[in-house]
Structures are given as C-alpha cells and as structure tokens.
Design a protein around this ligand. Structure first.
Ligand SMILES: Cc1ncc(C[n+]2csc(CCOP(=O)(O)OP(=O)(O)O)c2C)c(N)n1
Length: 380
C-alpha cells in the first residue's frame, strides 16, 4: 500500500537565462531574440516604467482618481507580449498594461482612459487602468480577481473550434490562484484541451498578504500539475527567460492543443495601488533590494549593452523623449471634454428600459437643482 505524497518530493526549479548582471548563464538554452525585437522590448520596458512614474504622480496631484503601477514586473509584461502574436487574445488581470503597449496602444490612449475623457473607449464608465482594446485583441480589464480566467479558457476553446492559428493568454497574480475561478478555469482547460497560456505573476504579495514560503517554493506550477496542465516556473525578472518560455508555451498550446501554465517569480515593487501604503506591512529594505539589484529593466539593458546594441547616449535620448511624450499625452487628456451624461445610460440595452429612463430623468433634475456639485466639463 503506497499513498501518494501530498507535496512534491523536490523543490520545483526555476528557469533562468540571465544572471543578476545580465549575462547568460553558461550553457543556458534560450530562444534567439533579434536586435530589432530586443531594442523594441527595451524601449517598451522603459516607456512602461516612465508611464508608471508620471501617471502615479498625476494621481498624487489629484489629477486622476486612481492608478496602479507595474513596477518590477516590466519583463513579464513586455517579454511575454513579444513572444506571442497579435492574433492571440489577451485576457488580462490589471498589472499587464505593457502587453497593450507592445501592441501599439498609444500614450494618448492610456491617458484618455485614466482621465475618462470623451476619447476613452469605455466612455469614462470604468475606473482608471481598466484599459481594453478591440483593435489589439485585449479584453477590458476587470479588477474582480480571477474572473478573467474562465473567460480566457472559453475564448481559447472558441479559437480551437474555429481552427485558428492563435491562442488565448491570460494573466493573474499569485493571490488569484486561491479563487474558485482559477480552479474551474484550469480544470476546464485541461478537459477541453484549450490552447490557453496561464501566466501567473507570483509577485510575493496579494495586497498586504504575503505569499507563504510554502507557496513560494511550491506555487502555481504545482496547482497546474494537479489539473494535468503542463507547467513551468520562470524567473520573472529575466526578460530572456520569459520570452523563451512563452514562445515555447505558445508552440505547445497551439501545436499540441493543450493549456500551459507559466509561473513567473517576481516582486511587486510598487504599492498595491494608489490606495495602499505598502511600507505599513513590509520592510523598506526588502522593497529597495528588489527595486535596485533585481530590476528587470536594468538586467535586460546590461544584456543588450554587452551585445553592442545600446549605449548611454541612446539611453538618455530615449528617456527624455518618452518623458516628453507622456507629459504631453497627460496634458491633452486632461484638457479634453468628458463624455456626455447620456452615455451613462447606453450600450447595455438595445432599447432603454423604463427604470433606466427614470434614473436618467432623476439625475438631470438633481443636476439642475445642485449644479455647483457637478463637474463643469461633463456635457449635460
Ligand atoms: C473577487 C475579488 N476579491 C477581492 C478583491 C480585492 N482585491 C483586489 S486586488 C487583490 C489582491 C490580488 O493579488 P494578486 O492576485 O496576487 O495580484 P497582484 O495585485 O499581486 O498583482 C484583492 C484581494 C477583488 N478585487 N476581487
């Protein structure tokens, strides 16, 4: 009689390509990245980093109501985006705007969404950072944890039924793997053999809840295996490792018709959102260590520099032009008019039901009575 152990016998290894100094480990195998792709990856990582700094400050100045940074997770965002194709559906959590950036969503489009102005595709009806784009096959962000995961499996299954040469790629945090939706999604994906790539950003924290040591050593990869989903653990701060793993995952997902799970080990360097102060529950030294010595952007820069593709002059030029572009986009988005009040009541029903018409009428009456309490840049 032999019971199967409840935990894996050995610690799951972590796939790495670049060491902390941006040099490939001897004999490491990885997918080749051309100079052009590597430069775009670096450009986009710097753009994402700069956008986070400036948008975060804009929230602190009271210009936007909310923001959430991706700091520390730039490699997961950009390298995974680089390894997939534009036809692949992206079903995000909320800490992956870099994938949308990679696909060509402009700074102006990001800024319009955060200000909820009339150029925002969501017509100002979503909270800031709930980006979405039909054009870029990027499903609209929903902050309700893990609800995107079953959707991604359904989308992947539809792609398979239609015999499309594409997969669905979905992202989530380590906290999300404790939700029922995560388990339903993994089970459903394995049973239907859906071409979906699950990318878990194991960033050590779910708001103020630390990920336990047990989970750090035995995390989402083990849950993947439990559902019969092929899985790998990767260094999330190593852009080359992420690129290679996602590239291989895509080939298996589409070629063999199966789900794949990637657990990327990383660290959430920023506060959870602008509503959080993470120094209240974690040591500042820990944050600093990750922000400096483990920065994925610097690590990748060292690699492109050692290939002779980058230098200090291009670096300063890039940083200053990206900064200007982002500041300009913010100013434009701030100046733009908001969507009209009537937009609040459209796009759900073909013909508006009586209760919605009553609510609209009541809102208009209230605004008439208390005009001083309503923003002057929202057309009535
Ligand atoms: C269903 C649900 N429960 C709780 C919350 C509140 N909440 C927002 S973010 C978050 C933590 C998520 O952590 P994780 O999935 O690890 O992602 P991270 O923020 O670390 O990137 C929680 C509990 C929510 N948004 N949705």
């Amino acid at each position: 009689m032999r019971f199967i152990s409840e935990s894996s016998e050995e610690r799951i290894p972590c796939y790495r390509v670049l060491d902390d100094d941006g040099q490939p480990f001897p004999d490491s195998s990885f997918v080749k990245v051309s100079e052009g792709v590597a430069i775009k990856m670096y450009n986009d990582m710097v753009t994402l980093q700069t956008m986070d700094t400036i948008f975060y400050e804009a929230q602190r100045q009271g210009r936007i109501s909310f923001y959430l940074t991706t700091s520390g997770e730039e490699a997961i965002n950009i390298a995974s985006a680089a390894a997939i194709k534009n036809d692949d559906f992206v079903v995000p959590q909320y800490r992956e705007p870099g994938v949308l950036l990679w696909r060509g969503f402009s700074m102006q489009e990001f800024a319009n969404q955060c200000f909820g102005n009339k150029a925002d595709y969501g017509k100002g009806r979503q909270m800031p950072i709930h980006y979405g784009s039909n054009k870029h096959n990027y499903f609209t962000v929903s902050s309700t944890i893990a609800t995107q995961l079953p959707h991604a499996v359904g989308a992947a299954y539809a792609l398979k039924m239609d015999r499309k040469d594409a997969c669905a790629v979905t992202y989530f945090g380590d906290g999300g793997t404790s939700e029922g939706d995560f388990h339903a999604a993994l089970n459903f994906s394995a049973v239907t053999e859906a071409p979906v790539i699950f990318i878990c950003r194991n960033n050590g924290w779910a708001i103020s809840t630390p990920i336990s040591d047990q989970f750090r050593s035995d995390g989402a990869v083990v849950k993947g295996r439990a559902y019969g989903v092929r899985s790998i653990r990767v260094d999330g701060n190593d852009a080359l490792a992420i690129y290679s793993a996602v590239h291989a995952a895509r080939e298996m997902a589409i070629g063999e018709g199966r789900p794949i799970l990637i657990e990327a080990l990383t660290y959430r360097v920023g506060h959870h959102t602008t509503s959080d102060d993470s120094t209240k529950y974690r040591p500042v030294d820990e944050i600093e260590w990750w922000r400096t010595t483990q920065d994925p952007v610097t690590r990748f820069r060292k690699w492109i520099e050692s290939n002779g593709w980058w230098n200090g002059d291009i670096e300063s030029e890039l940083r200053s032009s990206v900064r200007k572009q982002i500041l300009h986009a913010l100013q434009e988005a701030e100046k733009a008019e908001k969507p009209p009040i009537s937009d609040l009541f459209t796009d759900v029903y073909d013909v508006s039901p009586s209760n919605l018409r009553e609510q609209e009428h009541s809102l208009r009456e209230t605004i008439k009575k208390h005009p001083q309490d309503y923003p002057s840049n929202v057309p009535i």
